[in-house]
Design a protein around this ligand. Structure first.
Ligand SMILES: Cc1ncc(COP(=O)(O)O)c(C=O)c1O
Length: 497
């Protein structure tokens, strides 16, 4: 019988730059996953930090190449959309590349302040503030503006501008988000986000043009379904650019566009996407429309979220049981949950690259993967390229089987409510960060241990919210003991002196 290795090699072009197999075990970006599992156990989320920098550099190169090819006179600015993953380790890695940031809600701003305090950003870093804003968010934005941060509030509705009337900064650079039309098969015709096309000129004339304080610098658009080579995408981009040109003729301050996020990532080995061709065509289209309208080309901003962080993430599970529930439906039960830990797989039917971590020389069989919650939808049993899912056959009494989901780094924690109450109180898995030192050697560290019951009991009102949890108590005890052990030595030293 053919092995799992044969199956993968026959189905895909495998190995790839990112995935290969050594001694029947999988390597992800040359990280031997079995070593990580041996050290930390499962379930386990993993972030491979160098991937973040790799993608930022790649996107910059794509735009550099395209701008050179078309002799484009504007600049390109890379922003990271924080909502894709707010973790400090993600932002710190991204900011090593001197990128800029995009925010979505009020609580992003204290996060920005922390980064500023730690000198990870400075006042020249663009902070593009998107989202429908409640008063706390606009208040925080106003405070940043008053302190001289390089903030661009992107107006999402006609009233938002009023919240910045009392800002004391001499100039407030504004953006306007244009409400795009949704894809034809969507439930609504026009996006609820942003300002409708027909209201924009009037907003500019009545509230910005003669205000003395406000400058309209940027037009923003975001296509929900991502940057795709489809008639829909190109027609929305053109419509947006024609609006830009129309507005640019009456607003000389306008010099930038933000084309949002939506750069896709690899979710299957059969994914083919010509990144350079897409970026070339975007840049060419923007330039062509501007030339046709005798308008200078704009500086281009992007705010890639998934593209920045998605491919850095993986989740590793152990198959803890095999259940044959009828003659042909075999379940591999995992030590985690799809609903809580990979919510896009449950809520959106999102597929990821899924591979066995070990036993690649074993024969394979069709399986269903089952999560630990009692919800009948907590399963994963198809792949992007196939209606079936195959994994190695293994002997439960003598072998362990581990599996990995890859490119899971964006949105899963914020959607799953990391650190909070989870379905059936399934704990959030431990999170391990993998990096490389200056010599390229792998380093690993535990960012967070598996969630413990104390946290959930506090949230649920069973225990005092200010009481220390088991881990804190243990840490305090250990510290006390260490102090006790050290005391006699210190006393001895004192006596000697
Ligand atoms: C305004 C805005 N910008 C950027 C993004 C990031 O999109 P992506 O993660 O697809 O790059 C989003 C995602 O929802 C968004 O709403």
């Amino acid at each position: 019988m053919k092995s799992y290795n044969d199956l993968i090699e026959q189905t895909f072009e495998f190995p790839t730059l990112e995935f290969k197999v050594e001694n029947n075990n999988l390597l992800f970006n040359n990280v031997p996953l079995m070593d990580i599992i041996k050290q930390y156990g499962t379930p386990l989320k993993l972030t491979y930090l160098p991937k973040i920098t790799e993608h930022i550099e790649h996107a910059r190169l794509l735009f550099k190449n395209a701008m050179k090819r078309y002799n484009y006179k504007g600049t390109y600015t890379y922003c990271y959309c924080t909502k894709s993953s707010h973790f400090r380790f993600v932002l710190e890695e991204a900011l090593k590349n001197k990128i800029h940031l995009e925010t979505s809600s009020a609580f992003d701003i204290p996060l920005i302040r922390e980064l500023y305090k730690d000198e990870k950003i400075d006042k020249s870093t663009f902070i593009i503030c998107n989202g429908y804003k409640r008063p706390l968010y606009t208040q925080y934005i106003g405070e940043l503006l008053n302190e001289g941060f390089n903030v661009v509030p992107v107006l999402d509705n006609l009233k938002e501008i009023e919240a910045y009337q009392d800002v004391t900064a001499e100039t407030v650079n504004l953006g306007i988000r244009i409400a795009t039309d949704e894809e034809p098969n969507f439930a609504f015709y026009t996006s609820r986000l942003g300002i409708r096309y027909s209201d924009i000129n009037e907003l500019y004339r009545s509230k910005i043009q003669n205000s003395g304080k406000f400058k309209l610098k940027m037009l923003h658009f975001f296509i929900n379904t991502g940057i795709k080579d489809s008639a829909y995408y190109w027609s929305e981009l053109s419509r947006f650019m024609y609006k830009y040109c129309e507005l640019r003729k009456i607003c000389p301050d306008l010099d930038s566009i933000d084309i949002g996020g939506g750069m896709p990532i690899q979710t299957s080995f059969q994914f083919t996407y010509d990144y350079q061709a897409m970026v070339d065509q975007i840049v060419e289209s923007i330039q062509w429309i501007c030339n046709k309208n005798n308008v200078p080309v704009p500086h281009i901003f992007t705010e890639f979220g998934s593209y920045t962080v998605g491919e850095s993430g993986a989740v590793i599970y152990k198959v803890i049981d095999q259940k044959l529930q009828n003659d042909k439906e075999l379940w591999y039960m995992i030590d985690g949950s799809f609903i809580t830990q990979l919510p896009d797989s449950w809520g959106l039917g999102q597929k990821y690259i899924m591979l066995a971590v070990n036993n690649w020389d074993n024969p394979y069989q069709k399986v269903n993967l089952g999560g630990l919650t009692c919800d009948s939808h907590d399963f994963y049993n198809t792949e992007a390229h196939s209606a079936d899912l195959y994994l190695p056959i293994f002997e439960q009494d003598t072998e362990d089987q581990y599996i990995g989901f890859f490119h899971t780094g964006a949105y899963q924690e914020s959607l799953g409510g990391y650190g909070g109450i989870q379905h059936c109180l399934i704990p959030a898995p431990q999170h391990v960060i993998v990096d490389r030192d200056s010599e390229g050697k792998l380093t690993t560290r535990l960012f967070a241990a598996e969630q413990d019951s104390d946290v959930m009991l506090k949230i649920l009102g069973y225990t005092n919210p200010t009481a220390p949890n088991t881990r804190e108590i243990e840490a305090a005890k250990a510290a006390e003991q260490e102090q006790e052990e050290q005391q006699p030595v210190e006393e001895l030293e004192k006596q000697e002196n």
